[in-house]
Design a protein around this ligand. Structure first.
Ligand code: ADP
Ligand code: MG
Length: 699
């Protein structure tokens, strides 16, 4: 149960005065929610300003700097109404230094005469522009009687906005929201509070919304750091609770016999690399213990994580249990099912696939087989963790490409009372600090070797006016029996951008290559996608135009050419992932990055890193440096519960402190029953990490 203290913050946003359906829709958009019903007051409280407008500069008219905000006090000299619609209305102010023209367009009525009476001293504030030696201010932001300073804030916060929402309306709602912020019991350790100069949550939030100075919004400013620390602490405590819960569950040691994995391993068309073998060994040791395994398997694209997962799953089956593998997309789930069924054939085990698309009788039959234990391995999407799915004896859950998932799935499983060993696989070689922030303390295995026989991928960058040449090269390559991907960033041409859409590109390429070209994108339904992928895999189709749906994991080993259009729009990690779709077989591969000039400095850096290296760990570190951690974790794209205030770039030290503090706290007060424990519960609810509270014995 959420503490009543939080009720005012968790009431719907529509509880605020003036937030009806119309403004509501804008707020939903602003706060990244589907509808206004999904928005709570707290979301607005957490919507803190990005920057400030500083109106403290008060120059004489002729000293007002070009293009900057100035606040000017002067006498109204005369009005010069516009006459026609295209001619602006001008009001001239004078001081000892000279004359300032206030310019207004589309003036109706006589409100300007009232607001700026001739001969009156007024204070105006806004951006000053100079034309031919004369200063002017177009539509001042503020106009008040001189001396009426109250009416004009010297420093104004600037919020991220959405089209159609006025700053005034937002400001009013935020003020109404801030009134609802209570005094909270303090959950931060007093020593930490003091060391960092933190003040209370309420004061910190009020300070963030009322910056006096640009410095107040600095990520390292105390108010901001305090909120960042809270986020880290909430995250670390909830992860610690999950881990504690896992430890409390009686462990079922998984004893691998090798009866199934032996024959499978022998039948593989390759031998496992040294790091694959080491990872399998780590996993078997973990699973044989009485504590639940929680292990991250990091390995670059194409490093062979699937084979490792298979060995782990076979171990679970050998011990009489079931194993699941969860993939982030339908395509991947089906593909894993196909590959694993083939690879595991010598073991003669029962494998099923379960996704959102599995419907009706088929679904029922599969659910029954899972419940009876007949199915030993299930591959699927998050549908695997829905309530209707009851496992007979789930011993291992493998989660592929975890950066697309929240911790949610893990929590959901645990909440169902099943706590299998967990193996989380990710192709993004996440730096350690990020692992800690996203997953908490986890054991890590890394696949550092590429499978033997891989040829390096040659990467080139090409300006977009040379697309015709690329098409010629493709024609030659396809004639030699090669296969290629052509990636486009968006499905439809949108008005704001000039991105070439996949559909359009498909049409142009189809006019050259006919039915050897296929198209796959995110808006197609499952069977449609499958059909295209299958045709590409089989080779009936030799050129696959795709949006980023092929990004993760798709395995067509004989595809050797990757063309990425608008490469400058993609992140480094994403480009690396995409490039990893080729270079999987034993033939040399090429990656062509088409970009549209001019490149930003950052864009240039990204493309040149890709040209220079294929080392995923190095690329990840560079990506972190160039872009910040949010995108690296994929949080922005997928809505993984991320951090609003905290950034590892600025608060990495706080994360470490929060981790220690959380561990200390959970050790002393595992059920959060102390006074501080009760405060921590409030913290977890405030930052929506409360799912973990369900694991507490005392409720
Ligand atoms: P990822 O780590 O990206 O998931 P996959 O598991 O899809 O990589 O493996 C990529 C390809 O490499 C697959 O075709 C797989 O069969 C092959 N592979 C895996 N391990 C080895 C190995 N030790 N030697 C040669 N090929 C391998
Ligand atoms: Mg994979």
């Amino acid at each position: 149960m959420r503490p009543a203290l939080l009720d005012p913050l968790f009431s719907p946003l529509t509880a605020l005065p003036g937030v009806g359906p119309k403004v509501g829709a804008l707020y939903a958009k602003l706060l990244g929610q589907e509808t206004i019903e999904d928005c709570r007051v707290v979301d607005l409280v957490f919507h803190v300003p990005r920057s400030i407008i500083d109106r403290r500069r008060q120059p004489a008219i002729m000293d007002a700097p070009e293009g900057e905000i100035s606040t000017i006090t002067a006498r109204v000299d005369r009005h010069q109404p516009g006459g026609s619609a295209s001619q602006p209305y001008r009001v001239y102010l004078v001081d000892d230094s000279g004359e300032l023209a206030l310019t207004f367009f589309r003036v109706k009525g006589n409100w300007l005469e009232k607001a700026l009476p001739v001969d009156e001293m007024v204070t105006v504030s806004g951006k000053v522009d100079w034309f031919a030696g004369r200063p002017s201010m177009v539509h001042p932001d503020h106009m008040v009687k001189a001396g009426d300073g109250e009416a004009m804030p010297p420093v104004e916060p600037v919020y991220e906005m959405t089209a159609g929402l006025s700053a005034k309306v937002l400001r009013r709602s935020i003020e109404a929201a801030l009134v609802r912020v209570p005094e909270f019991p303090e959950w931060i350790d007093p020593g930490v509070m003091q060391r960092h100069g933190f003040s209370s949550v309420r004061d910190s939030l009020l300070a963030l919304h009322d910056p006096r100075d640009a410095l107040d919004l600095d990520p390292r400013a105390p108010a901001r750091s305090r909120m960042a620390y809270d986020e880290f602490l909430a995250g670390q405590v909830s992860l610690a609770l999950v881990r504690q819960r896992l430890r409390r569950m009686p462990g079922v040691p998984v004893r691998a016999t090798g009866a199934l994995s032996g024959p499978v391993r022998a039948a593989l068309p390759f031998t496992l690399t040294g790091s694959q073998q080491a990872a399998v060994a780590d996993i078997l040791v973990d699973m044989a213990g009485t504590e639940r395994m929680l292990r991250l398997l990091q390995g670059d694209v194409g490093s062979g994580k699937t084979a490792v997962a298979l060995m782990a799953m076979l171990a679970a089956v050998e011990a009489g249990g079931q194993a699941v593998l969860m993939a982030p997309t339908e395509i991947l789930a089906r593909q894993h099912f196909a590959t694993l069924s083939t690879m595991a054939a010598p073991a003669g085990i029962a494998i099923d696939v379960l996704t959102g698309r599995t419907k009706g009788r088929e679904r029922e039959a599969i659910l029954e087989r899972i419940a009876s234990g007949e199915t030993q391995v299930v591959i699927g999407t998050h549908a695997l963790f829905q309530d209707a799915v009851a496992y007979r004896s789930l011993m291992l859950a493998v989660v592929d490409e975890q950066h697309r998932f929240g911790v949610h799935q893990r929590l959901r499983l645990t909440a169902k009372g099943i706590s299998p060993h967990m193996l989380v696989m990710t192709a993004t070689p996440i730096p350690r600090t990020l692992v800690l922030a996203a997953f908490g303390d986890m054991d890590v295995s890394r696949l550092t070797e590429k499978p033997a026989g891989r040829k390096p991928i040659q990467t080139v960058t090409i300006q977009n006016d040379r697309v015709d040449e690329i098409v010629d090269r493709l024609a030659a390559a396809l004639a030699k029996g090669k296969k290629a991907y052509w990636i486009c960033p968006l499905v439809e041409e949108s008005e704001e951008t000039d991105l070439t859409s996949a559909e359009e590109r498909f049409a142009t390429l189809a006019s050259v290559f006919g039915d050897r070209v296929g198209l796959v994108h995110g808006r197609m339904n499952g069977p449609e996608k499958d059909a295209v992928m299958a045709a590409f895999k089989a080779g009936d189709m030799r050129l696959l135009v795709a949006t980023t749906v092929v990004e993760v994991g798709v395995d067509v080993p004989d595809a050797t050419i990757m063309v990425i259009e608008h490469a400058e729009r993609f992140g480094l990690a994403q480009l690396h992932q995409l490039r990893g779709r080729v270079g999987r077989g034993d033939e040399a591969s090429t990656c062509m990055l088409i970009y549209k000039p001019p490149l930003s400095e950052n864009g240039r850096a990204r493309l040149s890193i890709l040209r220079e290296t294929e080392d995923g760990f190095l690329i990840a570190e560079e990506d972190l440096r160039l872009r910040g951690e949010g995108e690296l974790l994929g949080t922005r794209q997928s809505g993984l519960p991320g951090f609003r205030f905290a950034s590892l770039e600025h608060h990495a030290d706080l994360l470490e402190t929060a981790r220690k503090d959380a561990a200390y706290l959970i050790e002393r007060d595992p059920d959060l029953t102390s006074e501080r424990g009760a405060a921590i519960r409030v913290l977890l609810y405030l930052h929506r990490r409360d799912e973990a509270i369900r694991f507490l014995r005392a409720g």
